[in-house]
Design a protein. Sequence first.
Length: 147
Amino acid sequence: MDVFLQAAIEEAQKGLASGGIPIGSVLVCDDTIIGRGHNQRVQHGSVIHHAEMNCLENAGRLTADVYARCTLYSTLSPCPMCSGAALLYKIPKIIVGENITFQGPETYVRSQGIDLTILQDPTCIQLMKNFIANHPSLWNEDIGVED
């Protein structure tokens, strides 16, 4: 398994262990993780702390030339908000663990020149399937769907 996807999975597991939604993300530049995060909407009572947003926040302020060399890894297809952040900072590549349980605006992201790869990783799929089955209301809240 890709070591960076594994790091994102570890972040997702941290989120689940702390009572949140099991989605994780890492930002990689020049083969080094420079940011990590997991969905912390529940833990922080936040509307924006999706895994990718939390990861970017934890990476801190970066210059455009750094973002231009980055790859954003996420265990789940990024939502419109998180995809927008990647587009805003011109992160050229996103690697996604899975998009079976949720699919963000992938066609649009690709149309904007981002190299988007979907791995359909069995661990990522099972993590989300289990969570959605056990916590459907919390999942619906996270993706903005009414119960």
